[in-house]
Design a protein around this ligand. Sequence first.
Ligand SMILES: [Zn+2]
Ligand SMILES: [Zn+2]
Length: 662
Amino acid sequence: MQVCVSVVFPIPFNRIFHYSLPLELESERLAGRRIVAPFGPKGRIGYIVDGLTRPRVKGIKMIKEIIDKEPLISTNLLELAKWISKYYVCSLGQALDIILPHNFRPVKLREKIKKTEIKVFSAFIPSPQQRRILKPIQNNIKEKSFTVFLVHGVTDSGKTEVYLQAIAQAQEVGRQSIFLVPEISLTPQFLSVFKQRFGSSRIGLWHSRLSQGERYRTWQSAYQGKIDIMIGARSTIFAPFPNLGLIIIDEEHDTSYKQEKRPLYHTRELAQKRAELEGATLVLGSATPSLEAFYRALTGIKPYRLLTLPERIYERSLPSVDIVDMREELKKRNTQGVLSQKLSEAIAERLERGEQIILFLNRRGYSTFILCRECGFVLKCPNCNISMVYHFNEKRVKCHYCNHHAEAPRFCSRCGSKKIRYFGTGTEKVEQVVKKMFPGAKVMRMDRDTMRYRHAAEKIFNAFRQRKVDILVGTQLVAKGWDFPDVTLVGIISADTALNLPDFRSAERTFSLITQVAGRSGRGPKGGEVIVQTYNPDHYSIKMALEHNYHSFYEREMEFRKELNYPPITNIVIILVRGKDEEKVITTSEKIGSLLKRELNQITILGPTPAVLDKIAGKYRWQIIIKTTDMKGIGEFFQRHYLGFEQKGMEISVDVDPLNML
Ligand SMILES: [Zn+2]
Ligand SMILES: [Zn+2]
């Protein structure tokens, strides 16, 4: 008798294939294993999603090879993949493909080098504030029930200790924990805290720079339950623990939790689904929770619960925040557009006292646009229709979207005039201005340009921690949860960069960035100050960030979201059509638009229109924005039509709950 299995492949359409296999495997669990099947000229790796069935048709092909001796994908992770495929519009094979590491193959392991075990410190005694919120979390872990706790704690409120005690609780009941951070390379300090508490042999680290061997070893030790804790960025959510009891997402608001390649998932939603499947506890922590999470927790949407840490630890006060109205500074000619008088005086004062300073600006490069004063020509990327950014060190202009670069022009390419001027400020210019104004100070810059090198984050982190640097100039990378007790001044060079973007989340981003950057100040006994430079001092996102008032910001922002029917009131789906042939891009997006209108009625459709960034890397971009609460209907629509939209030379992506509206 012949037996067969159901197999899916990581291809962009949802189809199940059947293959037969050797009879001796009949009695084993097959779902969740990988095989090589005769598919195409060479054969292809696929996933068994269903065990044995009787073949309904004749002539089913035999598989070529069974790769895995046991199922690598547990029943729960298989269920998670099915959910991903439905919600985020991809095939089941594509969803399974992100659960296992890329090119995952057994690697011959050399004898494990014995690591010197760091002395394990016993747990700290939590403060009354910490104890109050730990109790429900720990009880929930003991009860093994599925609940989502949103821990809203001001910056420096001692969230880490809450995380550590929750993990210890999971360990006590014999279950494992996943701890997610936005960017593992940026948080070396977390690691040492965890190692000191739990011992390094119980912890796995998961990040993109692991070698094949390290990756395999770490994966295996999680799979076999030899470690209890896995720490890493978003893909760590797939850690193959046999008995997962706790998932923690630190800095829950961080946009890096959204995956940028298909499937475009959000880690928070995946974590919620996985916790549900495993009967686990999910803890989300942030000083500035996403509106999505806070809305669910505040309105008690099950299984969300809100817990708050309203005060900083050790009775430290939140830093005092001062605002500088840059319009006034301009009138008084107090500025070259970079540092106001107030901020430069404050810097001088700290340098005198030997304290540290962080200067924040969310734009890298030197000048952010280049204009001809004779004819008004703005230098734009030929592929993207976006302003080129001048980089001083390399003396080149670069496009930050497609990486096109060229020599900095000395003449206008339209009229030949020499009157070319460089406007706008990036981190490179801030660094230069500061070095010129304070020649004795040691200045370091931290942005995507200086972080390209291996271990760059650790080097900057250590130099700053060891006080070898006085002033750190950086982009949002400096806002990601760092803890430097000697920083007593944070200067926000411009609070307006995010505010002016055509995105409904621009106020939320602005509030969050100011609060997070400001939170780097005053984390030691000396206290701290924040100076914010802005041309929009009356905007509510800036005003309420200065007052450290998340609740008022939330109320005000929700009015706007309700009025215009934006998330978290509704869901958004963006369909983006890209291609080199503009005509085809337009007709394809129109075709999709009219199909949507015909088949779904509980939705609002905006477009098709050119995207805000209407051309990137030579490809035209048109989009359709859907607002809906009927996510099931949307999912079914794409299951029906997805394949039909695919055309040669055309890329169609569906972004469910997008974070980037450009
Ligand atoms: Zn010109
Ligand atoms: Zn470009």
